[in-house]
Write a protein that binds this ligand. Structure first.
Ligand code: 26M
Length: 822
């Protein structure tokens, strides 16, 4: 019945070739004798899609049959990147597809490059969600992801004359072969209108929401294959479509054509991803997107539950929902509304159920990023939800008074509704906290900080709600697939590829760290990966990189707290020092290639100026014959998942230099460590735990700790400024790299009491760490040893470990491995 292992599609080379050619002819409707590389990609993708669908169907039927507790991961972002290579690898059909394609005359590498990234996310938060899906599938969890099918993903960054320009990412142009449209899985989603109250026969009040606008949410399913398991889970993304039935009156009375055009507006809800991951902005369309996503999702989850259950009694034993930050928090009042208004459960019963199913992850302590929606806007867009939020708050405040003896100002400070001079606001994090059974931070230090700062008062009354779940990344994509030579060396050394599902086994590499021949092999593998990165930069710039240089990388969204500015200041200083050296002195210089990449939010002025500064320094340094190949600086445009898959393996050194206490976790730090790149960084986010695992002596740690930051901030204006810092600042201010006026707001932002992220304070310590980097590089054996120990110590940072912890400590879900046919 559940023939999971009994595949109908065959995976020998000839069967695969037949299926590829079949899709060329019948899916693409092209000549089977003549098709180009992109067509080869689409045909091969469709052939693989068939195999994914087979497993997806079997997995879902099996889960339905067993009806275990399921977990739903609700996220406004999934930064998936490419799928082809991942699917080949996880299905274990890399070899036959490679042979099939080369037999047909196509090169796997080129075919794979034809795929466009699915960039439905901004950065860390969205990529984490994608790593989690891979781990949930691999661990055989009955799990689904839910999100939005944006038509425009993260913008394409073009750098012209050093300035960032944003271009639309219409990623669906040639079709997306990995999704399955489900026209019959569709739900109405309501907006605006008003609420009326009706007295029901049993004397209860019945609330009816008469919407002013209705759109349809249509499901698009994306199969997510596990590694070495037939288990294939689902990422269901919703697209907005005009609804059919609604408002026929208006159609008949008004102008037909403009009514149609009006309907088309529904689609704008899912048209574009907000490319912002910094300051919260209360845009109405964004709130619409959030409600659209959670409303469709909850209707789907409740429908699925009701198919198999008569009452809601078992709902909390069958459903867990994780909120990826506060973005899907409206799911809470939406579930309350569905239970009370549509299923006629009372408040108490509905609340009991709701508070047992939701849990929530916080990803930042920066106050400007916390979501606060104006009550006036929520009231207008979602009148019934606003009533429910008020009711939740009212009962919460009662509880604070009665059970916790809280009164006065403190009540106001904990209230979900905040009174400001601009009007009342809904604090989404507080709503999420009150209704969730668990809240977690994403690294040990971050989880500690949320208890002491942003959520302190809540921790005082509900300490048991707070947990830590240190982030992780999937070693399938971030090691096994993106770094084949290292994959082979690790597998050969450990004598097994079990590390691809049990990353702790990497520990076994430590025993070989001192072994000279192993070090030699390790270094060769690194050179291979560096060559790939060099070739990418050659294509981008025309330059040939110095392969003896340290490839020094900082790639992440551009933010003041991440301190790319501090990096480029130290580069300016390095340049200035080289300029003043004699030829003899230059012989001692350790050559560096500094690579910086990342996108600035389109409205983030400072971040855009930082990009221009990096470009300006790059321009001057790279064209200075005095410097030669002792120092090169590149800003890599359009940093994304696919570029990361080349940049991460090819780096020697990576920079994780945020002001302590600001970066919740970071996840690229983990990817770099796995690939044997050494970290220069602060004691912030997951760096702290990485240091515990791989040893501080194998990293270049610098700067003040998070505990010292508040005091330093208050003393900033009186602190001594390091002369080297002043010198670096002067170089920019004096127009050494041009554009002095344009850079002056940057300079101001780090001067005296304005230096919120403490660049001046940490600079000396940073330079000292950079000096240790150079020293270490001179001792090749020692560097390679540290590189080996970085990989060996990265086992903890698998998202498999993270997901296992979520499943055990928060969700209460268990693996459901597919079994042999019954
Ligand atoms: C909010 C409102 C409107 C539009 C966009 C947003 C928004 C989107 C993404 C706000 C924040 C977003 O992401 C924040 C983020 O990526 N945080 C990072 O999460 C990672 C995974 O936990 C951590 O590793 C990083 O340290 C943290 O910065």
């Amino acid at each position: 019945l559940y023939g999971l292992l009994d595949s109908y599609l065959k995976n020998d080379v000839v069967s695969i070739q037949e299926s590829i050619v079949h899709h060329v002819e019948f899916t693409l409707a092209r000549s089977r004798y003549k098709f180009d590389t992109r067509e080869a990609y689409f045909a091969a993708a469709h052939s693989l899609r068939d195999r994914l669908i087979e497993r997806w169907n079997d997995t879902q039927a099996w889960i339905k049959h067993k009806d275990p507790k399921r977990v739903y991961y609700l996220s406004m972002e999934f930064l998936m990147g490419r799928t082809f290579l991942n699917a080949l690898h996880n299905l274990g059909v890399m070899q036959p597809y490679q042979h099939a394609l080369s037999g047909l005359g196509y090169d796997m590498e080129k075919v794979q490059q034809a795929e466009r990234d699915a960039a439905l996310g901004n950065g860390g938060l969205g990529r984490l969600a994608s790593c989690f899906l891979d781990s949930m599938a691999t661990l055989n969890l009955p799990a689904w992801g839910y999100g939005i099918r944006y038509e425009y993903g993260m913008f394409r960054q073009v750098v012209s004359e050093g300035f960032q320009k944003e271009q639309p990412d219409y990623w669906l142009t040639f079709g997306y072969p990995w999704e399955i449209q489900r026209p019959h899985v569709a739900y109405p989603v309501k907006f605006y209108g008003h609420v009326s109250v009706h007295e029901s026969q049993d004397g209860r009040q019945n609330f009816v929401w008469n919407a002013g606008e209705e759109v349809t949410a249509v499901a698009y399913d994306n199969p997510i294959p596990g590694f070495k398991t037939p288990s294939t889970i689902n990422l269901r993304l919703w697209a907005a479509k005009p609804c059919q039935e609604f408002d026929l009156e208006a159609f008949n009375t008004g102008d037909y054509v403009s009514s149609i055009i009006d309907k088309q507006k529904a689609e704008t809800i899912t048209s574009v991803l907000y490319p912002d991951d910094k300051t919260f902005e209360g845009k109405e369309l964004r709130l619409k997107q959030q409600h659209f996503m959670v409303s469709a999702t909850l209707q789907d989850i409740v429908r699925r539950y009701k198919e198999q259950h008569e009452t809601f009694d078992a709902f909390p034993e069958k459903v867990a929902m994780q909120l990826n930050d506060t973005h899907p928090t409206l799911g809470i009042p939406e579930l309350m509304r569905i239970l009370m208004d549509e299923n006629h459960l009372g408040w108490t019963r509905s609340w009991e159920i709701t508070t047992k199913v939701f849990s929530f992850t916080n990803h930042t302590v920066l106050p400007e990023a916390l979501e606060q929606w104006p009550v006036s806007l929520v009231e207008k867009l979602l009148p019934r939800h606003m009533q429910i939020i008020y009711d939740i708050n009212w009962r919460f405040v009662q509880e604070l008074e009665q059970n916790h003896g809280i009164s006065g100002d403190k009540l106001g400070s904990m209230s979900i509704i905040l009174d400001t001079e601009y009007g009342k606001m809904v604090r989404m994090a507080y709503l999420a906290l009150v209704a969730s059974h668990t809240v977690n931070g994403v690294a040990a230090i971050h989880s500690k900080l949320i208890k002491e700062t942003i959520f302190k008062e809540f921790h005082d009354i509900w300490p048991e709600k707070f947990q830590n779940k240190t982030n992780g990344v999937t070693q399938r994509r971030w090691l096994a697939q993106c770094n084949p030579p290292l994959n082979r060396l690790i597998t050969e050394t450990l004598g097994t590829e079990a590390w691809i599902t049990h990353l702790d086994l990497l520990k076994g590499l430590a025993a070989h760290a001192e072994d000279e021949t192993f070090q030699q092999k390790w270094a060769e593998v690194k050179v291979e990966a560096k060559a790939k990165l060099a070739s990418l930069l050659k294509d981008l710039t025309g330059d040939d990189l110095n392969m003896d240089a340290i490839f020094d990388v900082q790639v992440k969204r551009i933010h003041e707290y991440k301190r790319q500015f501090m990096n480029i200041l130290s580069v300016a200083l390095r340049y200035d020092r080289i300029k003043s050296m004699t030829e003899k002195e230059k012989e001692e210089v350790v050559p560096r290639v500094v690579i910086i990449g990342g996108k600035a939010a389109p409205g983030y002025d400072m971040a855009k100026r930082i990009i221009k500064l990096i470009s300006a320094v790059s321009e001057t340094v790279n064209n200075d014959p005095d410097v030669g190949d002792l120092l090169k600086v590149y800003f890599v445009p359009d940093y994304n998942v696919s570029l990361a898959e080349v940049i991460v393996p090819g780096s020697d050194l990576n920079q994780q230099i945020s002001t302590a206490g600001t970066e919740a976790s970071g996840t690229s730090n983990m990817k770099f460590a796995m690939n044997g790149s050494l970290i220069i960084g602060t004691m912030d986010g997951a760096n702290v735990e990485i240091a515990e695992e791989i040893g501080e002596e194998n990293m270049f740690i610098f700067g003040v700790g998070a505990q010292e930051v508040p005091a330093l901030r208050s003393q900033r204006e009186y602190l001594q400024v390091d002369p080297q810092f002043q010198h670096a600042v002067n170089l920019i201010q004096n127009g050494h790299f041009g554009w002095a006026d344009y850079f002056s707001p940057l300079i101001e932002s780090i001067t005296g009491s304005r230096d919120w992220y403490l660049l001046a304070n940490d600079f000396e310590s940073y330079l000292d760490a950079q000096e240790r980097v150079d020293q270490e590089w001179r001792d090749k054996a020692s560097w390679t040893r540290k590189s080996i120990l970085s990989t060996a110590g990265s086992g903890k940072f698998s998202s498999d470990r993270t997901i296992h912890e979520y499943a055990e400590d928060i969700w209460g879900v268990e693996p459901l491995p597919p079994t042999i046919p019954e």
